[in-house]
Design a protein. Structure first.
Length: 260
């Protein structure tokens, strides 16, 4: 697994991280096995929704022997009581990073978590690019998490401005939904069909190409993918080991996604 610096936190984040939302449908023990598989392949960024009992339960089962290997990123409400309750469930002394779940995040409240030693680094997680940009320009966050995937080529969201501001401020960027909720790998047949050319004699899957596309932007610290099985973990992690997509392939992907 390749690693990138997570902004000015100086933490080193695996290029392909793990989001736990897609594991909520699994029994906690099975979900914990997926988490262990991710750690085994070096995916050290684990994002957990602190408002999800299922995610907390699965991570709690897997975490203790893996704690030194992982960067645990909590996402959720920022009141101290809720955060400390999640820490107690997980057996944590602190979160490596804690992201306020925007919209309407109280930046002062999330910053207070760092001052109290509850989180080493703080930031925001939002799908609203204007909120991410505002948080970066405010100067009080070290990490932002925003959606970023190939569908950006069809309908730009304004994420480029967020990435530019983050790069200028040395703010780490976690790109969530890199497979658009599975649409780019297993769900949306028209999208998959448009990208089938990527498999022509190449040792990669459509999912790996989609993750590789997001990682081509070096302003991204890590993509946070949500595998539903151990097999998906291994497939996603493979994106970090494959050769970067060349300019010709990137152009072909753009044509396939836009129809130009």
């Amino acid at each position: 697994m390749q690693y990138r610096r997570l902004g000015r936190t100086h933490m080193m984040a695996a290029e392909v991280g793990l989001g736990l939302r897609s594991l909520e449908r699994l029994p906690a023990a099975a979900a914990a096995e997926v988490i262990r598989a991710a750690a085994l392949v070096g995916s050290n960024v684990v994002e957990v929704d602190t408002g999800s009992p299922a995610q907390l339960a699965a991570l709690a089962l897997a975490l203790k022997p893996l704690r030194s290997q992982l960067l645990v990123v909590g996402v959720g409400a920022t009141n101290r009581e809720s955060v400390e309750a999640a820490m107690a469930t997980l057996g944590l002394d602190y979160f490596d990073a804690y992201l306020a779940n925007a919209p309407g995040a109280d930046l002062g409240e999330v910053q207070s978590l760092a001052l109290a030693g509850v989180a080493k680094a703080v930031g925001v997680a939002t799908s609203e690019m204007s909120e991410a940009l505002s948080a970066i320009l405010d100067g009080g966050v070290e990490i932002v998490q925003v959606p970023f995937n190939l569908l950006e080529l069809r309908q730009p969201t304004g994420v480029d401005a967020v990435f530019a501001a983050a790069h200028a401020a040395d703010v780490g960027v976690l790109a969530c939904s890199p497979l658009a909720g599975g649409r780019l790998a297993h769900g949306d047949a028209p999208v998959r069909d448009a990208l089938e050319f990527l498999l022509d004699g190449r040792p990669r899957s459509v999912a790996q190409a989609a993750l590789g596309w997001a990682l081509t932007d070096l302003r991204v610290s890590a993509v946070v993918a949500g595998p539903a099985s151990e097999e998906h973990v291994y497939e996603n992690a493979g994106a970090s080991y494959l050769a970067p997509l060349d300019d010709g392939t990137l152009a072909a992907i753009a044509r396939a996604m836009t129809g130009d």
